[in-house]
Design a binder for this molecule. Structure first.
Ligand SMILES: [Fe+2]
Length: 284
């Protein structure tokens, strides 16, 4: 039975969510436009000292292995590319935005490790199936569960009920609908539109548990969905009893392009460990 009262209260509370920090808003805006210059990315990031410092720490990490220290964001953009720096800045700013809130009921670090896993997993799968442009997959994966982040960090008194009600074997979205009357995918779709996220990211947020509903973005959403299932199976990030099965539609959509998914788990795990080493300094 759906909890209509709670559903109404949660949806009305979404209107009171804070606006996005400047860097997040501007970077997501240019990502949505589809084309952006190195100067645009550097200018936006440079306006926030805390984010700039974190971007530089990441750019100077052993993972990128530049022989000389990168001293400013412009230099980082030239050496790493606008897309890479944009992804780094959004990763740290999204983490900061949510992590600054109530840390309960789910573990913020584990949650963002999981989202990082889905981001890199989406890119690995996207390359395998020849999806273009691959660059949109990282952020779609990273942000697909913002609905859950909103419930957890802004409405923890509601989300704790889901965590408490979790019983082995029941799907996460079904627990949410039963307990709250709304699931994190629907919440994600609402806040994604409210915050003017690019359309493909909103699709990933709204349909990643039901890729068939995504219509024009069905392939992208199927990629994120399969990445999510593999990341759960690998035990990356959140330790949960929730079950996530790959939807037949997503499997059919992706297997048209590639039939060989052997070793995909190993590949995603390797990429995830690299990503963790890049971000470990700034996400803790
Ligand atoms: Fe999800």
């Amino acid at each position: 039975m759906v909890n209509d009262d709670l559903r109404g209260e949660i949806i009305s509370r979404l209107e009171d969510l804070p606006t996005l920090p400047f860097v997040m808003e501007k970077l997501l805006h240019i990502v949505g436009k589809g084309d952006y210059s190195m100067a645009e990315v550097a200018d936006i990031i440079s306006k926030d000292q805390a984010i700039s410092a974190k971007v530089l720490r990441v750019a100077n990490s052993a993972y990128y292995g530049f022989p000389r220290q990168i001293l400013d964001v412009k230099q980082a953009v030239v050496l790493l590319g606008a897309n890479e720096v944009c992804n780094i800045a959004l990763s740290v700013s999204v983490f900061d935005f949510f992590h600054a809130r109530h840390p309960l009921p789910i573990d913020a670090v584990a949650f963002w490790r999981y989202n990082l896993g889905v981001a890199v997993g989406s890119v690995v799968i996207g390359k395998k199936v020849g999806f273009t442009p691959v660059r949109v997959l990282y952020l779609s994966g990273l942000l697909h569960d913002v609905g859950k982040a909103v419930l957890n960090f802004f409405l923890p008194e509601h989300y704790i009920k889901v965590v408490e009600a979790c019983s082995c074997g029941e799907k996460e979205v079904e627990v949410e609908r039963r307990v709250l009357g709304v699931d994190h995918c629907e919440v994600g779709g609402i806040v994604g539109e409210m915050w003017n996220f690019p359309r493909h990211i909103v699709s990933a947020m709204r349909y990643h548990c039901d890729p068939a509903g995504a219509r024009d973005d069905a392939e992208l959403v199927s990629i994120v969905h399969v990445a999510e299932c593999i990341v759960y199976a690998l035990g990356i990030g959140e330790k949960t009893a929730f079950v996530v099965d790959i939807e037949e539609f997503a499997w059919q959509t992706l297997s048209k392009s590639v039939s060989d998914f052997r070793n995909i788990g190993d590949e995603i795990n390797r990429e995830f460990l690299d990503a963790v080493s890049v971000f470990s300094d700034v996400m803790s």
